[in-house]
Design a protein around this ligand. Structure first.
Ligand SMILES: Nc1ncnc2c1ncn2[C@@H]1O[C@H](COP(=O)(O)OP(=O)(O)OP(=O)(O)O)[C@@H](O)[C@H]1O
Length: 251
């Protein structure tokens, strides 16, 4: 009997995505194939407008691909056969998001912000806040649970956003330019947090980035251009970061 493939966080084959109709129709993703492995930090890079955000939105179930996509399996679920309500539930339970602009709610305390994904799942406010405080402590902000986002630096706000993305223990963490708004030092702190609190054999981290300063943290770098995945590099001791990526990636 053939050995079954190890479970993957995401498997995409023959994925197409177009926007608009008729003459204004644009074909944004073209026959995309991608594997995101559990346990890995995968980075998705490529010039502005090549389709990175569109691809992660499809993986997160917030956008639908064109009909006829061969495979869109996320955490062993075929997203194409699920109803919109089922995809929404799946996303709330299994996916954590981190955005460039942090997207914290200014009127809420840090603990309340971090509680949100648990409240969406129906966890009681007191239990959610207890868990939120634990995760805030993991990202080094245990003593700031009652602060508001505006009282924090950008680097600290991104740590809160990471805590919020992890609080419901999702198996897939999707990050859109998580270090772009941060200086080199805070970008490094954020990546070290991904290494220490998000990296786990049960979990995958998928990061869209232009920031070549963080490429060293990747296990796999997938390069996109004009709607296609054009190169995939697996990085380990035997296969260090390729020369062309070491010198930076330019939009
Ligand atoms: N809802 C939409 N309707 C029409 N066109 C869209 C829509 N969303 C994205 N596009 C187009 O799809 C293309 C890819 O956009 P996308 O945001 O995925 O690129 P990106 O690689 O993430 O870019 P950036 O690095 O600048 O964020 C662009 O030409 C964009 O204008």
């Amino acid at each position: 009997m053939a050995e079954s493939a190890p479970p993957s966080a995401a498997r995409v084959r023959g994925l197409n995505k177009s926007f608009g109709d008729g003459a204004s129709r644009i074909h944004v993703l073209k026959d995309v194939a991608l594997d995101v492995r559990l346990g890995d930090i995968t980075m998705l890079i490529g010039p502005s407008g090549c389709g990175k955000t569109t691809l992660i939105s499809i993986l997160a179930g917030t956008l639908k691909p064109d009909a006829g996509t061969q495979d869109l399996t996320v955490l062993e679920k075929d997203l194409q056969t699920m109803s919109t309500a089922a995809v929404t539930r799946f996303r709330a339970q299994n996916i954590g998001f981190i955005f460039q602009a942090f997207n914290l709610i200014p009127t809420l305390t840090l603990a309340e912000n971090v509680s949100v994904p648990l409240l969406i799942q129906g966890v009681s406010a007191s239990k959610a806040e207890k868990k939120a405080r634990e995760v805030l402590a993991e990202v080094g902000l245990g003593d700031r649970a009652r602060s508001r986002p505006s009282q924090l630096s950008g680097g600290q706000q991104q740590r809160v956003a990471i805590a919020r993305a992890l609080v419901h223990e999702p198996r897939l963490i999707i990050c859109d330019e998580p270090t772009a708004a941060l200086d080199a030092k805070n970008g490094q702190v954020v990546m070290e947090l991904f290494e220490s609190v998000a990296r786990s054999p049960e979990r995958a981290v998928l990061i869209v980035t232009h920031d070549n300063r963080i490429f060293q943290h990747a296990d796999r770098i997938a390069s996109m251009d004009d709607g296609r995945i054009v190169e995939v590099h697996d990085i380990d001791e035997a296969h260090p970061l390729p020369e062309n990526l070491r010198h930076g990636f330019h939009q």
